[in-house]
Write a protein that binds this ligand. Structure first.
Ligand code: AMP
Length: 375
């Protein structure tokens, strides 16, 4: 068991690590973040910040020797860095899970081989593969690079067979996956945690809407038939068990019009759709990660009330620093900012949450609060 006053190593230095560090420091832990950057969202609240390339294995070793356990907030950490750290200290979730989930093809193969529902997909290595796959899956379909994909990065919608040559060229030799286009009714996610003894905790189902492939609004509980709600949680429990997962895990789903759940993606870490647990739940997704990686019991996941979250992307800064007072005039609204100095379009800068008697009401308030910042 890793007790307060110990040091938690975190690979990655973004807002997920920042909120993790806030929870860890609240409980008396020290935090050491490792990433190529300096003055980062995580580094600003951590006790120690190492700025080095993930492939600098000497620095990785030094980092690993200086901490009591390692976790991550960013899944594209090179496997070698994680393997090196694991020679000196415990790493949770384990490196194999990172390896599986950092590549869409490996992840989809893992899911389908274990009987979990995913959208039909094909492995694409050549332009002929793509012609074949497009014939089998039909158009529209979605071409995604296997590696380094999130927030729609590395994604192209294939609308017609005539676009194949061009789409293939855009891959620039990268391995890819063609996925059937899913006419979904809605997108939902389940954030869960699993501890070292195999205990499982979850936050129910969260409903998500995206704008330009980036999460825009999340709310909980999702508006779903009870049966679908229970089914989503059971799938996630089984995924976590199959992976022998330790830490916080998010599973994103498409819900089809005939109420079928398909897994879109796994995130082996706290997730943007779970940010609302920071304000709305007895134990946040970040504290749950901390507890799990330290070998502590998981905390209660009850919600104090329904909740909604709105992301604040760089666009909100289009006319300079937003007038925060306006959003804070909504008494139910909480403001989270990640300490990023440069507001680029599409960059996640912060978020707002609102608690209300119903999820619909919370969504309404959080949208109004966000709108108040934008004019
Ligand atoms: P991803 O980066 O795979 O999570 O995709 C980002 C967003 O693109 C998803 O949340 C969906 O809104 C959309 N999307 C991705 N794949 C598909 C698909 N196969 N069918 C329909 N929409 C998709």
């Amino acid at each position: 068991m890793i007790l307060p006053n110990s040091t938690i190593g975190v690979f990655g230095s973004g807002q997920l690590g920042r909120m993790f560090a806030i929870e860890a420091r609240k409980m008396g832990y020290r935090v050491h973040t490792f990433s190529p950057d300096a003055g980062t969202p995580t580094g600003q609240v951590a006790d120690f910040e190492t700025s080095a390339d993930y492939n600098d294995l000497e620095k990785v070793e030094k980092f690993a020797r200086s901490v009591d356990v390692v976790t991550f907030e960013f899944e594209n950490v090179p496997s070698r860095a994680v393997e090196t750290a694991a020679e000196f200290v415990g790493v949770h979730p384990k490196g194999e899970i990172l390896h599986t989930t950092q590549n869409r093809l490996r992840e989809k193969n893992f899911l389908s081989q274990n009987g979990f529902p995913v959208a039909p997909f094909r492995h694409i290595k050549t332009v002929d593969d793509l012609y074949h796959a497009a014939q089998e899956l039909g158009v529209p379909s979605v071409l995604k690079t296997a590696g380094f994909g999130y927030d729609g990065k590395g994604q192209q919608k294939l609308k017609a067979v005539g676009e194949i040559e061009n789409a293939f060229e855009n891959l620039r030799g990268a391995e890819a996956v063609l996925e059937a286009f899913i006419e979904f009714e809605k997108e939902v996610s389940v954030v869960c945690a699993r501890d070292q003894k195999g205990n499982f905790a979850h936050y129910g189902v969260i409903e998500n809407s995206h704008a330009n492939h980036i999460l825009d609004i999340s709310f909980a509980p999702a508006l779903l038939p009870e049966k679908v709600f229970a089914e989503a949680v059971e799938i996630v429990r089984a995924v976590a068990e199959t992976l022998d997962y330790v830490g916080t895990l998010c599973v994103e789903f498409f819900l089809t019009k005939d109420e079928k759940l398909l897994i879109n993606e796994l995130a082996p870490r706290p997730h943007n759709s779970g940010h609302l647990t920071f304000d709305a739940c007895v134990t946040s997704q970040f504290e749950q990660q901390l507890r799990a990686v330290c070998g502590l019991p998981l905390g209660a996941t009850e919600f104090y009330s329904p909740c909604a979250m709105a992301n604040l992307l760089g666009e909100v800064w289009a006319d300079g620093e937003p007038d925060w007072q306006k959003a804070l005039e909504f008494r139910e609204v909480k403001l989270h900012l990640y300490g990023k100095s440069e507001a680029r379009p599409g960059r996640k800068m912060g978020h707002l949450t609102a608690l209300a008697e119903t999820a619909e009401k919370a969504v309404e308030i959080v949208k109004l609060a966000k709108k108040s910042l934008m004019n």
